[in-house]
Design a protein around this ligand. Structure first.
Ligand code: C2E
Ligand code: CA
Ligand code: CA
Length: 416
């Protein structure tokens, strides 16, 4: 046992708190020493921290009908008191130092900020486990009374609905390919001077058996997060190339196909081999395939973007930079990467006529792109006025609801 000290100064100030038999020495704000027999906290105390045992031994106990029951004994490296600290409730048991013990304090805010920044599903799991633990504890303390503190989801659980929905959607998406629920729709890309369809952009659609149509905004991000975009993207590549052959046969021309490639597919080593393979099998002219990438791909050092783009170009495909004007829109990308086409994001096209600055920006992007030999596609053209203005400034290509939404293969072929 440590000698009782009232107040000592050795570098850090040490303080001693003595209440009867219990003794605590505060080493610094995060460290505490407890002598044998000290109660660290009592059942029903309000919790504001958890503890990690550095040295010694502690016992967790509870009183059931005036009888003390030991729930656990813990030693160095173990954490205790975290349950109540996390959900800010009362201690459900008493912790006592069995030996002289040294603990590190972890305050509730430290725990909570970690939990708050965790992945939603992890947060949900944690809450479910906490709830279950409390339920079992209440059964232990009040045996035979199963209805006491029933295991129900508290109102806070409503906040976990999005996390549950997301993981359910992920499970559905996993089987969507097998169930043939995915389809490609094609939005024409037109020559703005002649309104002739020069190509299509392949856009993924998901028609779920029970849930109906699920919008791309809801599942593409999820597919990217979970890497499901890799097998899905492989299917997109295959399907788009097969349909391109049929488009090209139909009009006997070199209609192009724009295919969205996400960052996840980019860093997938098999992608280039699969691209080469499908082009060889379908005997497509590689120059009629445009891979659409976003800036995020160029920023991601793991995907080694320059080498990847150069390899695609060696295979003969074209590269388009999608959604230009959103994100950082760094001009250095245009200088550093051999890109063929710039797609001006639809937010600029939408603002063009109401906001003179946006119009100037669209003009400047158009000029800049042409100046360095890139083609320009304006996205999201919805009004004749936008079409006219873009054509007037020499923007050669465009797509948008004014010409057509993305439609199924049979309708798309009619547009040629
Ligand atoms: P994106 O590549 O920017 O595709 C264009 C989006 O703009 C499409 O939305 C299209 O329907 C929409 N759009 C076209 N014209 C107009 C217009 O005039 N007005 C408005 N308001 N919207 C217009 P969609 O089909 O919902 O796709 C959303 C995003 O999902 C795409 O944006 C793309 O990032 C992603 N995506 C779609 N298909 C694929 C795919 O096969 N693979 C990957 N990796 N991503 C895909
Ligand atoms: Ca695109
Ligand atoms: Ca776009």
């Amino acid at each position: 046992m440590w000698a009782p000290v009232t107040k000592v100064s050795i570098g850090t100030e040490l303080a001693i708190v003595i209440h009867g038999m219990t003794a605590t020495i505060e080493l610094d704000s995060a460290r505490r020493q407890y002598s044998r027999g000290t109660v660290i906290f009592r059942e029903r105390d309000r919790a504001n921290c958890a503890y990690v045992i550095e040295k010694g031994l502690i016992e967790i106990s509870t009183d059931v009908e005036d009888e003390r029951r030991v729930l656990a004994t813990m030693g160095p490296g173990e954490m205790f008191g975290e349950m109540a600290a996390l959900d800010g409730t009362e201690r459900s048991a008493t912790a006592t130092a069995v030996e002289d013990t040294e603990l590190t304090l972890i305050i509730s805010d430290q725990l909570r900020s970690r939990v708050e920044s965790a992945e939603p599903i992890l947060k949900l799991l944690l809450r479910v486990i906490l709830n279950r633990f409390r339920h079992e504890q209440s059964l232990f303390r009040h045996p035979g009374n199963g209805s006491y503190e029933a295991l129900t989801l508290d109102p806070e659980h409503d906040s976990s609905r999005p996390a549950i929905d997301k993981i359910k959607l992920e499970s559905e998406l996993r089987s969507a390919l097998e169930r043939r629920e995915l389809a490609l729709h094609y939005q024409p890309i037109v020559n703005l001077a002649s309104t002739k369809v020069e190509g299509f952009e392949a856009l993924l659609r998901w028609q779920h058996g029970k849930l109906g149509r699920i919008p791309p905004q809801k599942f593409i991000g999820l597919a990217e997060e979970t890497a499901l975009i890799v097998p899905i993207g492989r299917w997109v590549l295959e399907q788009a190339c097969h349909d391109l052959v049929r488009f090209q046969k139909h009009v006997n021309s070199d209609v192009s196909m724009s295919i969205n490639v996400s960052a996840r597919q980019f860093s997938e080593p098999a992608f280039l081999g699969e691209l080469a393979d499908v082009m060889r099998r379908t005997r497509i002219d590689p120059n009629t395939i445009k891979l659409e990438i976003t800036e995020s791909v160029l920023m991601d050092y793991r995907s080694a973007p320059l080498r990847w783009i150069e390899q695609c170009k060696r295979l003969g495909t074209q590269i388009a930079l999608d959604d230009f004007g959103t994100g950082f829109s760094s001009l250095s990308y245009l200088a550093s990467f051999p890109i063929d086409t710039l797609k001006i994001d639809r937010s600029f096209v939408a603002a063009m006529q109401k906001d003179p600055r946006s119009l100037k920006i669209v003009r400047a992007i158009n000029q800049l792109a042409h100046g360095i030999g890139l083609n320009v596609v304006a996205e999201g053209i919805e009004e004749p006025g936008q079409h006219k203005e873009l054509a007037r400034m020499g923007c050669e290509l465009g797509q948008g609801f004014l010409f057509s939404r993305a439609v199924c293969f049979e309708e798309a072929i009619e547009l040629l």
